[in-house]
Design a protein around this ligand. Structure first.
Ligand SMILES: NC(=O)c1ccc[n+]([C@@H]2O[C@H](COP(=O)([O-])OP(=O)(O)OC[C@H]3O[C@@H](n4cnc5c(N)ncnc54)[C@H](O)[C@@H]3O)[C@@H](O)[C@H]2O)c1
Length: 403
């Protein structure tokens, strides 16, 4: 399908940026919100993104104003009878999203594809309130949209292959890297990233190292920023929400570190509230030590060791579990982590990295950590199977990939 006109529902953080990305590809887009002020702010965001591109000399002034004019605001569904594609980005609430999908189904022509930017909710459940579940799909963008290339493309139970290929093509037209992901909690990026971040939080509360030491170590590994800087940027409250969803789906291996919940309780949400794991007002932080002391007393777990592998092994293992479950291909799992989290490109992604370390080493390290720190490190069955068959990674010329 050649998308000639698109709509975005919800002019908040994501909606405005998605509308900007669509306009940049030359497609006229209507940015709709129920709050007049948010429509205004959304259009302002679009204008600012273009302005910054002009300032950085990435774009000519005339081109920027032409593209800015492609985005128009709306407070109702008038004009949605002409849409080829609509992307929903309202609050992360199923009832609200279902209301939107049912309204869109009534006003949009039969050809229109209805996509959702949900981070965690069931796409199939949204599709079920429409009469076009074949044309309903997940299209998960990452924040900030102008910088993040990844789009997780998530078919629901009924989504047709045609809709998938149309959305993949549309994402590519926006200059994105679309990756096809099976519908399931956390999709790929959040599912692999959260255990890594959570393990850093556990290491912190157990006194293994300071946030700064761990951030530095992961940057030395090649991550664009350390886990605590990232947690503060995402928002500890959002990270807690994602963790709870993952725990609900996968059980104890995704148990949330107490320190994250304690920080949320102390209203330390991260950068946006001026305080998270770090303080951003330049003052000395005396409260964090108190929070950590209290947790150590309650759990009795203290004095564990930190090594970058402690965090990375969980990401690798979850990637192996995803591969086992058919959530995505090995290549796409790696590409998702490189484009969606900045996993160092030269290491290729968690599965390529596992091949470099050696799958036998990954397996035995997971077993060692499992005995020491608990069953969240229990190796994915696929690892044992591969090692048993001589798939050891780079050194045996076959592992998750062949060499
Ligand atoms: N913020 C992120 O980093 C991020 C990243 C990926 C995905 N997401 C997902 O994107 C979606 C939007 O998140 P956000 O952070 O942009 O939210 P937000 O709170 O910034 O914006 C939501 C907007 O939707 C509007 N809205 C609510 N109900 C509406 C309705 N019925 N019709 C039209 N507009 C309505 C609100 O007025 C608000 O402007 C969520 O599903 C979220 O999970 C967010």
């Amino acid at each position: 399908m050649n998308v000639k006109k698109a709509g975005v529902i919800g002019a908040g953080t994501m909606g405005a940026q998605i509308a900007q990305a669509i306009s940049q590809a030359g497609v006229p887009v209507v940015l709709m919100d129920i709050q007049e002020e948010n429509v205004r702010l959304g259009l302002e965001t679009v204008r600012k993104i273009y302005q910054s591109r002009v300032q950085k000399r990435k774009m000519k002034e005339a081109d920027a104003s032409q593209k800015t004019a492609l985005v128009t605001g709306a407070m109702d569904y008038e004009g949605f009878g002409e849409m080829d594609m609509v992307i929903e980005a309202v609050f992360e609430e199923m009832d609200e999203k279902r209301k939107v999908f049912s309204a869109l189904d009534a006003v949009c022509p039969p050809r229109t594809i209805l996509a959702t930017n949900t981070s965690s909710l069931s796409i199939s459940a949204m599709a079920s309130v429409t009469r076009r579940s074949k044309q309903v799909i997940g299209m998960h963008f990452f924040n900030p949209v102008y910088a993040m290339k990844l789009v997780e493309v998530i078919p629901g139970l009924d989504t047709s292959p045609q809709t998938v290929s149309d959305v993949v093509a549309f994402s590519e037209r926006l200059g994105k890297t679309p990756i096809r992901v099976q519908e399931g909690p956390g999709f790929v990026v959040n599912r692999l990233l959260m255990p890594y971040l959570n393990e850093a939080a556990l290491a912190l509360q157990e006194g293994a190292a300071s946030p700064k030491e761990m951030d530095e170590a992961m940057k030395a590994f090649g991550m664009p920023m350390g886990p605590f800087t990232l947690l503060d940027m995402i928002g500890i409250d959002i990270a807690e929400k994602v963790s709870l969803i993952l725990y609900d789906a996968f059980g104890p291996r995704m148990s949330i570190a107490a320190v994250l919940s304690e920080l949320v309780r102390a209203k330390r949400f991260g950068k946006k509230s001026g305080e998270g794991v770090y303080r951003y007002d330049g003052e000395k932080d005396e409260r964090l030590a108190g929070i950590l002391q209290k947790i150590r007393k309650e759990t009795g777990i203290v004095g564990t060791q930190f090594a970058p592998e402690r965090l990375l092994l969980l990401m690798i293992n979850e990637a192996a579990i995803c591969l086992q479950e058919g959530v995505a291909t090995a290549g796409d799992l790696d590409l998702a982590m490189v484009t969606g989290t900045g996993f160092p490109q030269e290491k290729g992604g968690p599965l390529h990295y596992a091949d470099q370390i050696g799958l036998d080493v990954v397996l035995s390290e997971l077993q060692r950590y499992s005995a020491e720190l608990g069953p969240r490190f229990w190796p994915a069955p696929i690892l044992k199977r591969m090692v048993g068959a001589g798939y050891l990674g780079l050194k045996s010329k076959r592992g998750f990939f062949s060499y």
